[in-house]
Design a protein around this ligand. Structure first.
Ligand code: PMV
Length: 330
């Protein structure tokens, strides 16, 4: 018996960040987060459950995945198999159409595409909330990539093990954009899971970050509802710098920025002084993401390409939800 489906999902950028997990629970965020799903860049994943396979086979961008990545995919597939009531192993083929060193979290679009394709192939009939909860169990940020436009993910509640992201309705049509400023082609060295565990274990500023994040999140949510770019940009910067400050205060310090990161931030501040609404955010890596009006991206990208050390600038508008491709057999 063969059951196959293909799904496409987009990465997302958090404008108020998730950084830190609830203790004793599996991938439950300690703070709420709000993100924009990106158009133009996507992960396409095909899942084929096959009776003849002895174990799950995962191919990422044309290469066999390592043991760790395969195990993480198998854990998600196990949950789908349990819901479907069968034990067929799967062949998973996943490819990104954006550069791996772009600083865009491929885990978000990767697990969102994987859960949508696997659920469709298995015929479990999960709705978007269930898909989001299941994606979160593999990568917290992936919960948000199930939805298009702007999405929110609440903080986890101790003792409650279900949590899904939610879309902010109608936000996909807001004419804003995020320009991804690539400041190095080298891969990051401390991943987000490891980085946030190190921060929560050793940083005296981690409790302050957790205490302040809900207020930042609420301001961002209201700003999206009001389509207020300035309010959203200002709070996005506060959230990013507060998250990075908590990481920098860890022992030893966790510094994700490089000198080009700082130069790019400085250039965005100058653009603002010159009258362009542009705001920065940075994740667990040295790249800078610039939030602006869609109409200003050409000017912003041109200015940032002039900053010495900037490798490239990719531009994205709000993108659509993760979706199965039609024509697949359930
Ligand atoms: O869920 P992860 O492991 O991809 O962690 C994401 C962490 C940040 O990108 C830094 C912030 C966020 O909310 O996406």
């Amino acid at each position: 018996m063969i059951r196959a489906a293909t799904a496409v999902a987009h990465p997302n950028i958090a404008l108020t960040k998730y950084w830190g997990k609830l203790e004793g629970m599996s991938r439950m965020p300690s703070v709420p987060s709000l993100s924009m799903t990106l158009d133009g860049m996507s992960t396409t994943t095909t899942v084929t459950f096959e009776g003849a396979l002895e174990r799950d086979l995962v191919v990422l961008n044309g290469n066999a995945a390592g043991e760790k990545e395969t195990r993480r995919a198998s854990e998600l597939l196990d949950r789908v198999r349990t819901a479907a009531g069968f034990d067929l192993r799967a062949r998973v083929e996943s490819a990104n159409d954006f550069p791996t060193a772009s600083g865009l979290a491929s885990s978000a679009s990767g697990f969102a595409a994987l859960v949508v394709a696997a659920a469709k192939a298995a015929g479990v009939g999960w709705d978007a909330a269930r898909l989001s909860d299941q994606a979160r169990r593999s990568s917290v940020s992936a919960a948000r990539s199930i939805f298009g436009g702007f999405a929110t993910l609440a903080a986890g509640v101790p003792g409650r093990d279900v949590l899904s992201a939610e879309p902010i309705d109608g936000s996909i049509d807001w004419q804003v954009a995020i320009s991804v400023v690539v400041t190095t082609l080298k891969q990051k060295d401390v991943g987000s899971t490891e980085g946030m565990a190190h921060t929560s274990n050793t940083s005296p500023y981690y409790p302050a970050w957790v205490a302040s994040a809900p207020r930042l999140f609420e301001r961002a949510r209201r700003a999206v509802l009001a389509r207020d770019l300035e309010a959203l940009g200002v709070v996005a910067e506060e959230s990013a710098f507060a998250m990075h400050a908590s990481a920098m205060a860890a022992t030893p310090a966790l510094i994700y920025f490089n000198p080009v990161t700082l130069a790019a931030i400085e250039r965005v501040r100058k653009l603002r002084q010159e009258g362009t609404q542009a705001y920065v955010t940075m994740d667990a890596g040295p790249h800078v993401k610039v939030l602006s009006l869609a109409a200003d991206t050409a000017k912003i990208a041109a200015a940032l390409r002039e900053v010495p050390g900037v490798e490239k600038v990719l531009i994205a508008k709000p993108g659509g939800p993760a979706a199965a491709k039609s024509g697949d057999r359930p």
